[in-house]
Design a protein. Structure first.
Length: 261
């Protein structure tokens, strides 16, 4: 492992599935996304998903042990996990796990002020794993009530405003776009700020995976025991077809034919 060209401090550096059944998750995502798997460095409860032989995501059978829902989690690179954890608490967020020594780095699992779960990582990251390129996810999207308030939260904990050389933050199409080297790495999208909270909709970071054919991916998901949350169609504010799916344990993600946000 070595430093990535694009995953600088405050930028997305990895995605991981917290699952309750590793073998079932591998079977499902292998069928839908064509991934293969190898044992991770953290023990038999963890594996690394590979696409064309390159690492794309992590899977860990830890959801039941941690008492959390099966979900995809986005991780951001940081220089100092203790400092960022302190910033999270100071701004109304929650630090659930860590900083915890993991291999040659330190990991933290946290939630923002609206309750969306995310992680951050202090240590080396994979070279070539860049949102929107290679085999990495097409993009990450925060779905929350107040995108501007969330942008302030993440901007302050990750120091986005003071790192113009690393990232650019802009408000576009009723969403906040975070770009690195002119390339979109994350989108913060809000809605229903004045409405009463819907208990069925929780703020969350959402992962988009690129596929060649959305319909075939939907068919494979249904055949592997998954479900369809939104049928194939054009994405909001984007060009290209996409569909939102759930794996058999409820882990939600979107497949898209578009390579950028």
């Amino acid at each position: 492992m070595s430093a990535s060209d694009r995953a600088g401090p405050g930028m997305p550096c990895w995605v991981s599935l917290l699952t309750g059944d590793l073998a079932e998750a591998q079977r499902f995502y292998g069928a839908v996304l064509g991934w293969s798997f190898r044992l991770g460095s953290l023990g038999e409860d963890f594996s690394v998903a590979l696409s064309h032989g390159k690492p794309v995501a992590g899977l860990g059978e830890v959801a039941r042990r941690m008492g959390v829902a099966v979900s995809w989690t986005c991780y951001f690179a940081v220089d100092d996990a203790d400092l960022v954890a302190a910033r999270v608490r100071e701004r109304g967020g929650t630090v659930a796990v860590g900083p915890l020594a993991v291999g040659r780095g330190r990991a933290v699992l946290a939630a923002d002020q609206a309750g969306a779960v995310f992680g951050f990582w202090e240590g080396k990251v994979l070279r070539g794993w860049n949102i929107g390129s290679g085999v990495a996810p097409a993009w990450l999207e925060l779905r929350t009530r107040d995108a501007f308030a969330s942008a302030v939260f993440y901007g302050e904990i990750f120091d986005w405003d003071n790192r113009p050389d690393l990232c650019e933050v802009r408000y576009e199409d009723e969403a906040v776009m975070v770009r690195a080297d002119g390339h979109t790495v994350a989108c913060l999208r809000g809605g229903a700020i004045e409405a009463a909270p819907d208990p069925r909709i929780r703020p969350r970071w959402h992962v988009f995976f690129r596929v060649d054919d959305v319909e075939k991916a939907v068919e494979a998901a249904l055949g592997a025991g998954g479900s369809v949350v939104s049928e194939p169609g054009a994405g909001t504010g984007r060009v290209g077809r996409e569909a939102t799916l759930c794996d058999p344990e409820g882990g939600m993600f979107t497949v898209t034919e578009n390579g950028h946000c």
